[in-house]
Design a protein around this ligand. Structure first.
Ligand SMILES: [Fe+2]
Length: 156
């Protein structure tokens, strides 16, 4: 078996880097969606959602850095340009959304897309015995599932 300096299968590790770069791109679009929602939200839920979206974008900013640095740890190069991010994004790009329900729906749908990518990486990193990536995906998945529950409770 051709292994990396970390003792991981080289081909599997390269494939995980591809997945992580896709996750990075999608997270960047999610992050920018949240900035837009934070800025443009209007209505009776303004104070509540303006603050909540800031909490979410601050959290995703940290996760974006964790993903990029995991890519580097595995020997890859994190994507770092907007054209690459939008080209790879499955997360819908939100524009001119100011209504509270539409805003929260965009967050739920974005998180749902991120979960799909994370579950694929979870499978692949489990198969590769890549515990570092695997545990990161487990943590992200559990947190996002809980966030989706809370947002759906808010939506009713
Ligand atoms: Fe702000």
């Amino acid at each position: 078996m051709n292994t990396t300096i970390l003792g991981l299968d080289k081909n599997k590790s390269e494939n995980i880097v591809l997945g992580l770069n896709s996750l990075l791109a999608n997270f960047q679009v999610y992050y920018q969606n949240l900035r837009g929602l934070h800025w443009n939200i209007r209505g009776k839920s303004f104070f509540e959602l303006h603050v909540k979206f800031e909490e979410f974008y601050t959290d995703s900013q940290e996760k974006i850095d964790m993903i990029a640095e995991r890519i580097l740890t595995l020997g890859g190069t994190p994507l770092h340009t907007f054209p690459e991010y939008t080209a790879l994004s499955k997360v819908t790009i939100g524009k001119n959304i100011s209504n509270d329900v539409d805003s929260v729906n965009l967050v739920v749908n974005s998180l749902s897309e991120l979960l799909k990518i994370e579950r694929t990486i979870l499978d692949e990193s489990g198969d590769a015995n890549d515990e570092g990536t695997n545990s990161m995906m487990s943590d992200f998945i559990a947190e996002q599932e809980k966030t989706i529950w809370m947002l759906r409770a808010w939506l009713n």
